[in-house]
Design a protein around this ligand. Sequence first.
Ligand SMILES: [Zn+2]
Length: 105
Amino acid sequence: MSQGEPITEEKVYCPNCSAQFPKGSRFCPVCDARNLFYVEHKDRVTAGLIAVMLGIFGGHKFYLRKFTQGIIYLFFFWTIIPAVLGLVEGIRFLTMSEAQFQQRY
Ligand SMILES: [Zn+2]
């Protein structure tokens, strides 16, 4: 083991050719297949606006890839509770700092 090496970036396996590459790359460097583990940058303001406007349908949950929670919101939309939660979450997204948001979501 060589000293002073940076902490190795998390690696993932290409689903197509099994090559190993860093999780942060969007495509496999060998066969160009899409990296399924690539995490898209989530926009805080977009998430906030979706939460306020489509919170009742769990829109922001789907945007943040929290699909299970999104489905729960969708299921209970008639109770108005998701609309209230969406509004609260939307305001929280819009008022929290970018760094806080990226760390959490
Ligand atoms: Zn590949």
